[in-house]
Structures are given as C-alpha cells and as structure tokens.
Write a protein that binds this ligand. Structure first.
Ligand code: B12
Ligand code: SF4
Length: 531
C-alpha cells in the first residue's frame, strides 16, 4: 500500500515512527511537509500569513504522490488545518482515503469523525493498528473491525472498535524515521527530538494525559531500554553528524531510578551529547540530579505551576514548595540549566499569589521561568473547574473540541490581560538577577510593569532567553530554535517559489550563514559548578 503522511511546521515523532513502521512492513511511504509558518501565530497582520500559506502546494503534492491513503496527525492546534486539507483532497479525489490519529483524535474521536472527510481514526497507539489497516487495504479485506481504529462504513456511519492493550516492548519498534523531515529541512537535525517512554505516573487535572489514561483504564508508563535509546542515537549521529543536542520528550524522565542509573552509565560513553529532559519535582532527589549531571544532562524542565497549595490541590499537583526547592537546588548543584513551568490564570489566584511565586523563585533561583496561560484542554477535569469558577464555558469547550481554542499557545490571542505584567516579569527572570527581582517584589516596584501592558507582544517570550543564550553561551535550545526557524523560512521559500527557481536560489543564498554570524564554539562549554 502507498501511504502519504502530511505534517506541518515542526517534525513529528508519531508520524516519523509510523513512517518507519510502514516502511519496515514493506509499504511505500511518501511525506509532504507543509512549512505552515502562517500557523505559528506570531506573524503580524493578515497579508503576510496569507501570503506564506502553502496549503495549495501541499494538497497538490499529496495528490501528485499517487498514494492511496493519506495519514495525518490531529492535535488540537492542527485539527482545523487537517480538516481543511482533507476536505480539499476529497474534493479533488473522492477515492483517496484519509486516516488520522494523535492526542486530540484520541481525546474526542466522535467530534473528529463528525467530519465526513475522514475515513479512519486511530484511538491511542497506532504502531500495530496502522500496518494492520494498510495490510487489509492491500488485501482488499474488510477494515471495519480493527482494534484502535474507528472506521467509516459505506453508509457513512462510524464503527467504533475497542483499543488493544498498550505496547509493552517499545524496544521492538523501529527508530524514528528522521529522514522524512531532515532531508527537507536539515537545520532541524541540530536538536534531535526523541523519547524513551510513553505515559505518565501522575494525572494532573489540566493535562492531556487525563483523557488518554481514561482510554487505557488508568495511569501507565512503558519504557524503552537505555541500550535501545543509545543505539538509536549512535545510528542517528552516524547518519546526521549535525546533531548537537538531544531533547527527550518523556513526561517524567527520572521516574525510574534503576533505569536512570543504567542510562547514566551508558550514555556518556556511547553517545556523549548534551541532552535536555522533562520531569516532575517529586522525582528529583540528590541521586537523580547526580545521575543526570553524570550523564551530561544540560537542561531540565519541571512543572511547578503555582506556589499556592489550594491551587496545587485543584491542579492535582503532588509536590510541595519544599520539593521544588530541593529539586531546583540539586539540579543547579550539578550544573544543570533549570527551567520551571508556571501557570498564569488559575481560577481564584490573585496578584499576591504571583508575588509569592516571584519571591519564592528569587530564593531558589531556577535559570528560567516559563510562564503559560492556563489552557482548558478538552477531556480534562479542568474544564469543570473553570466552568464552576466562571472562567470557562461549555460553549468554549465545544469550540475547543473542534480545534478552535483561543490559546496563545496554539495560535490566537489567548492571553489574559490582567496577567500580562506578570508574564513579562517571569520572562525577564532569565536576565534579571534574582536578588534584584526579590528587591523589586518586596518593594512593589515590579507593579510598574503594568505600564508596559500596551506593549504586549506574545512573541517576546524567547527574546531574553535568546539574548542569554547568545551572550551567556550556556543554553543551546534558543540557538537550535533560531537555526530551525532559518531552515523553515528557507524551505517555505522553496515551496512557495517552486515554480520560480531563480528566486529560490536567491533565498537559499541569503539564508546561508555568513562567517560573522556563525554560532560560536561548542554548546555548554561553560564549566559546571555549584549553582
Ligand atoms: C514531542 C512533542 C513535540 C515536539 C515534536 C512534535 C511531535 N508531536 O512529535 C515539538 C517540540 C516540535 C512539539 C511542538 C508542539 N506541540 Co507537542 N508534544 C510533544 C510530546 C511531548 C510528545 C509527542 C511524542 O513524542 N509522542 C510519541 C509518539 C510516538 O506518539 P504520538 O505522536 O501520539 O503518535 C502515536 C499515536 O498517537 C498514533 N498516531 C499519531 N498520529 C497518527 C496518525 C495516523 C494516521 C494514525 C493511524 C495514528 C497516529 O500512533 C502513534 C504511534 O503510536 C506531546 C505529549 C505526548 N506525550 O504526546 C506534546 C503535544 C502533542 N504537543 C502539544 C502541543 C500543543 C504542541 C505545540 C502547539 C506547542 C507550541 N505552542 O509550540 C507545538 C505544535 C507543533 C505543530 N507541528 O503544530 C500538545 C497537544 C495538545 C492536544 N490536546 O492536542 C501535547 C499533547 C502536549 C501538551 N502539553 O498538551 N511537540
Ligand atoms: S506530571 Fe506532567 S505529563 Fe504527567 S500528568 Fe502532570 S502535567 Fe501531565
């Protein structure tokens, strides 16, 4: 069977894995990557995003691939795009089959299948379901009874099938097929995205994992072996020497100590690249931080979200402020760049809660505070909390289920004006000495930030980090991000001007890094020391 995947804006691990699985099963795989710059939500005005829109080229490229079935991922932010694309494809070729899967498809499958442009929807893991679907299509067998797959019957009704058990042996899966993205935008390879596990041992009330856990009847976390992870990276580095840093997208990287010990013993010898992880403050004690440091972890993100205990209870967060203090202190002691996520707009929180948080952060000194505005993701308990508190409505939830969510994170305004000045303060934390921040909050000087409300620019969130990264030289992620953007713009120009080769060549030349602006030295060359 010939399947054509379509992705937009960034690489996609799920699609890369499915591509590898389908190739391994002997299917023909094509891939169309839409640069999707217009979807990033940070471009000003309407003419520039409209001009950058390459949907037409994407539809044409999928049709030209000659595939029999198209595979797309539906997350909340890509839902509308996927629907539009599928509708255009069906209009051009009604026989072309369209299959979707992913987090949002799993969260609200009935809402997604309400759109007749979709023939199949995968609930949960697609690693076994998709090859089974393709094999059945190849053989001309019925496709209405495949576990995990919701299928549209000839009369238009949707047949729902149960989910199969979660895959336990993730080591049996092939490695991510990076070629589908790296061959088009080589700049993406500087930051290698991967994961070592699936699932989370927590169930926070605002998190997309809640509906996923409901599908599978409770919390789960399945892991790849450290050996398998190292082998993936050895192969990847051999194929793409441009890889400079690795980002692990596991939800709680440090959840299993035995695993972490084994990983810390293997990684420096076998791979040795600096890497970034995400975890939970409860899971960082002295030993975990030491193991991360020993393995070469450069960057660790943790959710702290709030310092108000009542809010923590509402969010089903299990950590205390002391846990956060310990985790940040230990990580910094081992020279790890520490980022904490903080949520603004939790129902019931006041300016005093933000002042308390700023004072707390000034004391424990994380390197970065990443502030987010609370997003009411479909399928989570947070929706009812918000509805009860009057900060969210059923109508907005219905809209969100259909992919229209006014979240700054997913494109849209979505910011909460009353929290803008605090948002700016959290952003500035990276470049302002904590002592100064502490002094400003103690003397209420920080409230002068209100004067900057009119200058609100959502996209400034990276500016202090980029500045810090370029000047301080410690953090690689903003540099990788800039590099990726550069590649994306070049690729977008190639797609946009495909019929005008001279213009494409000119853009390519302009995007080539000049000697003057080439990034300096090796990342993370600053000696590690107690923080
Ligand atoms: C890695 C990651 C990224 C990476 C890479 C993108 C990616 N998804 O791989 C980066 C950093 C680029 C990224 C960016 C973003 N991300 Co992201 N990302 C993740 C993360 C942490 C892990 C994804 C992963 O590795 N999954 C492992 C693979 C194997 O699983 P999978 O993708 O779900 O695919 C499996 C099944 O779902 C299914 N499947 C998936 N697609 C399809 C398609 C078909 C046809 C079939 C049959 C099956 C199928 O089969 C796959 C194999 O089993 C998830 C959280 C999570 N744990 O899922 C968030 C997550 C998916 N991201 C999210 C968001 C919001 C974003 C951003 C909008 C953030 C932002 N503001 O920039 C952008 C959007 C990017 C875009 N292209 O539009 C949200 C989506 C929310 C939602 N409810 O829909 C999530 C759930 C995180 C969250 N906090 O809620 N992300
Ligand atoms: S710890 Fe993180 S990934 Fe796990 S449930 Fe909470 S927010 Fe979600």
């Amino acid at each position: 069977m010939h399947i054509c995947f379509a992705t937009r804006l960034t690489e996609h691990l799920g699609i890369q894995l499915l591509s590898a699985i389908c190739k391994e099963a002997g299917h023909r795989v094509s891939h169309v990557f839409d640069p999707g710059l217009e979807s990033a939500g940070v471009l000003p005005g309407s003419w520039l995003p409209a001009w950058l829109n390459t949907d037409e080229q994407t539809v044409q490229a999928i049709l030209d691939s000659g595939a029999k079935i198209v595979g797309m991922n539906v997350e909340i932010n890509t839902f509308s795009w996927t629907v539009e694309l599928a509708q255009k494809l069906k209009a051009a070729n009604p026989n072309l089959l369209v299959a979707v899967g992913g987090v949002h498809a799993t969260t609200v499958p009935a809402v997604v299948m309400d759109f007749p442009c979709f023939d199949y929807l995968c609930v949960g893991e697609g690693d076994e379901a998709l090859p089974e679907l393709l094999a059945r299509l190849d053989a001309g067998s019925p496709t209405l009874d495949i576990p995990n797959i919701w299928a549209r019957a000839d009369d238009g009704t949707v047949v729902q099938n149960p989910v199969r058990p979660l895959l336990k042996s993730l080591d049996d899966l092939p490695f991510f097929d990076k070629s589908i993205h790296y061959d088009l935008v080589p700049e993406m390879s500087h930051e290698y995205h991967t994961n070592t596990s699936r699932g989370c041992v927590y169930s926070c009330s605002f998190c997309f994992y809640q509906p996923i856990q409901q599908v599978y009847g409770g919390r789960f976390r399945n892991m790849r072996s450290p050996e398998n992870v190292c082998r993936e990276l050895e192969q990847a580095v051999a194929q793409y020497p441009s890889i400079r840093t690795v980002t692990f997208h596991d939800e709680v990287f440090t959840a299993n100590k035995r695993w972490l010990r084994e990983f810390a013993a293997l990684w420096p010898e076998r791979v040795g690249l600096p890497f970034s992880v995400i975890t939970h403050p409860d899971l960082v004690d002295e030993e975990a931080a030491a193991l991360l440091g020993q393995a070469g972890c450069a960057h660790c993100i943790m959710g702290t979200q709030t310092v108000n205990q009542a809010s923590r209870d509402m969010l089903a967060r299990t950590e205390t402020s002391e846990d956060v203090r310990r985790a940040v202190t230990e990580l910094r002691r081992h020279g790890i760049w520490t980022v904490v996520d903080h949520i603004l707009g939790i129902p019931g929180e006041t300016a005093q809660d933000q002042d308390d948080a700023l004072l707390f952060y000034s004391e424990i000194k994380p390197d970065v505070i990443k502030a987010f505005f609370l997003t009411y993701l479909p399928g989570t308990d947070m929706n009812q909390v918000g509805i009860d508190a009057g900060t969210w409505t059923l109508d907005k939830l219905k809209e969100a289920e259909r992919g229209h969510i006014d979240s700054w994170l997913f494109k849209g305004v979505g910011d909460m004006p009353e929290w803008r000045s605090y948002y700016q303060l959290y952003t500035l934390f990276t470049v302002v000495p904590p002592e100064l921040m502490h002094f400003a909050v103690r003397h209420k000087l920080h409230r002068a930030m209100k004067l900057m409300d009119g200058l609100w620019l959502p996209s400034i969130f990276l500016i202090p980090r980029v500045a810090q990264s370029l000047i301080g030289g410690r953090e690689e992620q903003p540099r990788s991000y800039l590099n990726y953007l550069k590649g994306l713009f070049r690729y977008a120009a190639e797609v946009r001007f495909a019929d005008r080769p001279v213009a494409t060549r000119a853009v390519k030349a302009a995007m080539r890094p000049s000697r003057r602006f080439r990034w300096r030295g090796t990342p993370f060359s600053t000696p590690r020391g107690p923080g």
